[in-house]
Ligand binder design. Sequence first.
Ligand SMILES: Nc1ncnc2c1ncn2[C@@H]1O[C@H](COP(=O)(O)OP(=O)(O)OP(=O)(O)O)[C@@H](O)[C@H]1O
Ligand SMILES: [Mg+2]
Length: 239
Amino acid sequence: MSLLRLNNLCVHYGPIVGIKDISLEVHSGEIIALLGANGAGKTTTLQCISGLLKQKKGEIVFKGTPIQNLPTHTRVQMGLSQSPEGRMVFPHMTVKENLILGAFTQKSKYLSHDMEKVFHLFPRLEERIHHMASLLSGGEQQMLAIGRALMARSELLLLDEPSLGISPLLMASIFQKLKELNANDGLTLLIAEQNAHSILKMAHRGYVLENGEVIKTAPASDLLHDPVIKEAYLGGISH
Ligand SMILES: Nc1ncnc2c1ncn2[C@@H]1O[C@H](COP(=O)(O)OP(=O)(O)OP(=O)(O)O)[C@@H](O)[C@H]1O
Ligand SMILES: [Mg+2]
């Protein structure tokens, strides 16, 4: 079943077109890659889905309900969370406080259970539970941002360039955790990445954006072997 559907979504920044006529679909249980170069419209699309940006035109349907006019916190309550580009953890709060804030839409009885789950997934966060988020490394902040979104008990998690600024080794480990969350907990993921190779290896399907439009959509394995995609986003690597 379709968990999220975008119908002809358009966002403008004043006179500048951010995205135009983006239509895409995410099914429950899928991992979807959103690919594209700098300025292609990945962040704009994700921010519009989470409600941080307002569309000029088009429809966003989540679990059968049009949500394009609902505030962000209502979308979070419905099960849709975003871990934004640049991560944006609250720098002057501790790891624990950041996680508690992530659970603001949830009943407090879930709090300790859900925090245990995040610590099980990212033991490093438990070691740094009382540290200020600003003191964490880039990779740890990424874990915290994902952990915070998990505290919201999301069904659909939007991730904007999770590999930005962290080592390939750590990224591989975070991608592995995301894969586990998808396989074991049924978490659906929509992940924007310029770093196409690793994301396509784990995703089920992908959408390729160029100049604010979807130019291609296909199963991830097809995109991995597509000569045009290889040339543009995979640095010509052959696999
Ligand atoms: N705040 C803004 N004001 C004006 N134009 C913007 C703004 N944010 C984005 N844009 C423009 O909208 C288009 C899409 O940008 P967006 O940030 O969504 O791309 P992106 O795919 O996320 O790129 P990147 O990989 O660099 O993060 C670009 O042309 C960009 O210049
Ligand atoms: Mg971006």
